[in-house]
Design a protein around this ligand. Sequence first.
Ligand code: F3S
Length: 283
Amino acid sequence: MEVITAKSAGFCFGVKRAVDEVKTQIQKGVKPVYTYGPIIHNEQVVDSLSRQGVRVIRSEEELSQIREGTIIIRSHGVPKRIQDKMESLGVHVVDATCPFVKKIHDIARKAGEDGDVLIIAGNPDHPEVQGIVGWATGEVHVIESAEDLEKLQIPEGKKAVLVAQTTFNKLKFEYIVEIFARTSYYGYVVNTVCNATDERQTEAREIAQKVDAMVVIGGRHSSNTQKLYHICSEKCANTYFIETLVDLDLKPFQSYSRVGITAGASTPNSIIEEVTEHVRIKL
Ligand code: F3S
């Protein structure tokens, strides 16, 4: 009987950096400390920070009411308009946007300045994509599939710049790039799919195909955890999506001899360790 825990499970570099920033501001920041949206898609972490006084700003209207304290921008980033608004409030603004996301903001800004059309492969409802759109200074389109790309009407003579949401499925993006190369669009591609996601997805796929059951740990609303679950389910029929140990029913595990464990980018190490230990003992 064996339990294989993915090495790439848990906080990625950008999320760890943002969560650490909140902890730093709790210690030495101007109070009250706010995050613009929950710092990560993990209720346990958000609850624990809330007990330490961190408040979550949930809308632009709420943001307008803030007069003092520290506002932390999470790793997803925000549209330029929102960042400008924060800065105009005269409060202390801490930008914990992941540098890899910041790089896409720069591409978005420059594309517009150069008169190019920006195409983002991603989920239009995801805050990261909304943030990128909000840094674009010219024509911008969000596509979710190769079909969406084919439907676009790029004005003749315009250059198109194709980027991806950092958590976009790598294989899907490669396919979109292939179609991009086959269209009459003239332009270039910057592969902005983050390595952390790529590594996590590849490792999850490899583990899922050699185990009897796979446990995916992460927040229900975390899109990267949902994608991990989808990838694992394709390779392993007995894939379980849990937020914490409480959600895990170990009864069916009696018949498994090899179990794999992975976790989304917002899952703290403590939860991964707890689940791993528990499965190991029960097996
Ligand atoms: Fe940054 Fe990649 Fe994480 S873009 S927030 S390190 S998934």
